[in-house]
Write a protein that binds this ligand. Structure first.
Ligand SMILES: Cc1cc2nc3c(=O)[nH]c(=O)nc-3n(C[C@H](O)[C@H](O)[C@H](O)COP(=O)(O)OP(=O)(O)OC[C@H]3O[C@@H](n4cnc5c(N)ncnc54)[C@H](O)[C@@H]3O)c2cc1C
Length: 479
């Protein structure tokens, strides 16, 4: 019997879990995938939005602003990368200047600090690679970039070390209310709890609709991206948006916090919540759109493409709070953009609702700090030498593109809620994220995972279930 069960270990569920671990509560997270952060939280633009875009008065506006303010503190406590690089919303036509001014006014209503309208010369001083079409821009100094995998993993690890239980590979298939508690049916048996938090992302409508007559509907809205090599990572320094449309904030060009260049996304409303394919026409569309913002898009430096699915809710806003006809069932649903930015604030908001209900004592042992994996690549030569003396596996480079050592990979597996598959190692260490996209390091990482997890190499998967990398062979010698 739990006090609180959170369904979904994306950035929303993990931020809620971490916030609730500040209290003496028996908490459990149920996640259907093999790892945390396997849903929308692993494929997005990774921007910590300044907050000019959401409609004033909406939950999106309020939580975006608060989330943005919390990012520095969170990144320091939880040791994940975050950079306040600033954003620019570009205007390409003098006739659209009014729209740009309206956006600034909207930002002011939302409480975005420090915004400025810049003319072409002023913007060019900031970003020399802008296209000839740019006539002016709205500058948002509080915009930032982060690493969505690291944010989610850091929140989960910290929640876990503060006492939250995580049940991975556990899919919720039904929820029933029995007297004053909920029984949650899963592929791993039944769980009982006082309070349910629905943080199931794209599937948060299914969960809500299992228990409430107040039905909601989530539309999967796909966005595709091209990721460029680090060689062109400083092509722009700020996140470049185009004036937003009805479908969202449009195609952006941005440096990533790890030093790549990212272009995307588009917006396609789908029916299939599993369709993560990328298509030539969508990639052509975003690259053409990017040419509006910057000149000479360095097309030959694209190293991969990917897509993510936004959980677009029918109300247009986040759906957060206790469901009217289901006491103690709390939604954190329809968390589309700016959900990554807002996650720390959503955590606060949901925790406040639950603390109000259950009046728990404070967890006096709560430790807000989490230490991430040492990044060998970021150390100077002396620090590297010292580390290798202490642990020789820091001397073995496994991923050459991103300079990731064997010691980092072992740490990613052995740490709390450690990696259990190739993609888990990749998201924690960046091994396989570089120019060769894991062409060289895959066999070595399979070996390390197999050794550390005491699995046969042909049992090692890319992302759990049957996503095996090797087939055939009954024992190690046969493979
Ligand atoms: C193209 C795109 C660009 C974006 N850009 C930005 C951006 O730049 N900045 C920003 O702030 N936001 C951005 N977002 C939004 C942001 O990524 C999301 O708001 C955020 O990741 C949502 O997190 P979540 O935890 O709510 O959902 P998810 O990450 O999808 O997590 C939900 C979890 O629930 C699990 N689950 C679902 N059903 C069940 C079940 N029945 N049983 C058990 N587990 C279940 C899933 O496996 C998943 O792990 C973008 C989104 C997209 C798609």
């Amino acid at each position: 019997m739990y006090d609180v069960i959170i369904v979904g270990a994306g950035v929303t569920g993990c931020a809620i879990a971490r916030e609730l671990s500040k209290y003496k509560l028996n908490i459990c997270v149920l996640e259907k995938c093999n790892d945390v952060g396997m849903g929308t939280s692993k494929a997005n633009s990774a921007i910590v939005h300044a907050g000019e875009d959401p409609v004033p008065g909406s939950l999106k506006a309020k939580l975006n602003i608060r989330g943005n303010q919390l990012y520095e503190k969170f990144s320091q406590e939880l040791n994940f990368p975050f950079k306040r690089n600033g954003s620019l919303v570009l205007c390409f036509d003098e006739n659209d200047m009014e729209k740009l001014l309206n956006l600034k006014e909207q930002g002011e209503k939302n409480g975005v600090p420090g915004m400025e309208i810049l003319n072409r010369e002023e913007v060019l001083k900031m970003e020399p690679n802008l296209s000839d079409k740019v006539v002016a821009a709205l500058y948002l100094p509080t915009g930032g970039i982060t690493c969505p995998f690291n944010v989610t993993i850091a929140l989960a690890e910290n929640a876990y070390t503060n006492g939250v239980k995580f049940n991975l590979n556990t899919e919720v298939s039904g929820i029933v209310k029995v007297e004053d508690r909920y029984i949650i049916k899963t592929n791993k048996g039944e769980f009982q709890t006082n309070v349910v938090v629905n943080a199931a992302g794209l599937f948060s409508d299914d969960l809500n609709n299992m228990i409430s007559n107040d039905k909601i509907n989530i539309i999967p809205r796909k966005g595709e991206y091209c990721l460029f090599d680090k060689e062109v990572g400083n092509y722009v320094t700020k996140t470049l948006f185009q004036l937003p449309t009805k479908l969202g904030k449009g195609v952006l060009v941005t440096p990533t916090v790890h030093g790549n260049l990212l272009v995307g996304p588009d917006a396609q409303d789908l029916e299939d919540k599993y369709d993560l394919n990328t298509k030539q026409e969508a990639l052509d569309f975003i690259l053409n759109k990017a040419k509006l913002s910057v000149q000479d898009v360095p097309m030959s430096k694209i190293i991969t493409s990917f897509s993510g699915l936004r959980a677009h809710g029918s109300t247009g806003d986040f759906i957060i709070g206790e469901v009217k006809d289901a006491k103690n069932f709390i939604n954190a649903a329809a968390i589309e953009s700016p959900g990554l930015t807002s996650a720390p604030a959503i955590g606060e908001m949901i925790a406040e609702i639950i603390v109000d209900k259950l009046s728990p004592k404070k967890n006096v042992n709560f430790n807000p700090y989490r230490k991430g994996i040492v990044k060998f690549d970021e150390l100077n030569n002396r620090e590297r030498e010292n580390l290798i003396k202490q642990n020789p596996s820091y001397g073995k480079i496994i991923c050459r593109c991103e300079t990731v050592t064997e010691a980092e990979i072992i740490d990613s597996i052995k740490r709390p809620l450690g990696a259990r598959d190739m993609d888990g190692v990749k998201r924690r260490t960046r091994a396989g994220m570089g120019r060769c996209q894991s062409g060289f390091c895959t066999p070595k990482i399979v070996d390390i995972l197999s050794r550390e997890l005491k699995q046969m190499p042909n049992e090692v998967t890319k992302f759990g279930n049957e996503s095996r990398l090797l087939i055939g062979g009954k024992n190690k010698e046969n493979i």
